[in-house]
Design a protein around this ligand. Sequence first.
Ligand SMILES: O=C(O)[C@H](O)[C@@H](O)[C@H](O)[C@H](O)COP(=O)(O)O
Length: 248
Amino acid sequence: MSKTSILQYLDAQALVDAARSRFVEVVTAAQAERGSASVVLTGGGTGIALLEALRDDSGSIDWGKVDIYFGDERFLPSGDPERNEVQASQALLDHVDVHPDRVFRMAASDGPHGSDPEVAAAAYAQILHSRSEGEPTPAFDIHLLGMGGEGHINSLFPHTDAVREEHSFVVAVENSPKPPPVRITLTLPAVRRAQHVWLLVSGANKADAVAAAVGGADSDEVPSAGALGTEATVWFLDSGAASKLDAV
Ligand SMILES: O=C(O)[C@H](O)[C@@H](O)[C@H](O)[C@H](O)COP(=O)(O)O
């Protein structure tokens, strides 16, 4: 059973700094052990802030030996500033020596798989399978996650087919309550393939969802409750996001 840790920080900056140094630790340890690492990036303000922090101080990470995946993507034309991969590139990927063949972006709506998000989702699932020697996906070293105020992670929102998906590892979402409406997302089975699942959550508006998830809510109600790593699940919280947790 994976261990869940709840780490509280004064503010979002301290949260991001702590996550950055742990990210460097885990990735460099994976590279020392097997020569490479695999990480899943997330969109959203806190997730992107972590990428910016890594750009400024990524320690001894050999970025050319990191496989980079995305937890979800807004299904928009390539280059659209709303796309997570565009924001991740501006924050980090354009500034470090990633290997272009080891960055796995989810398709754009004007990409090679056309305008059908289901086709694009299936194509990404195939990429994950092709990178994992017979397994459905790689055993990602780290899956980064932001969380919305109602507990969504990636593009998995409460009471949806996507959050209830138990078999597919990548699905299309066509009615996201968080704009834009059409997205591609890893599912909970995919999130749970990661050794380390990290939730980066800042703001008092998320405190209820944090308390519910940590308190054992059902993932259909609070999707982040279903985000569990095979080795460890870590909640990186600022004081606002942690403000509804019972005093220890
Ligand atoms: O594509 C997305 O929108 C993100 O993947 C989404 O899951 C995000 O992480 C949360 O909405 C939290 O976003 P903030 O950190 O900006 O609140």
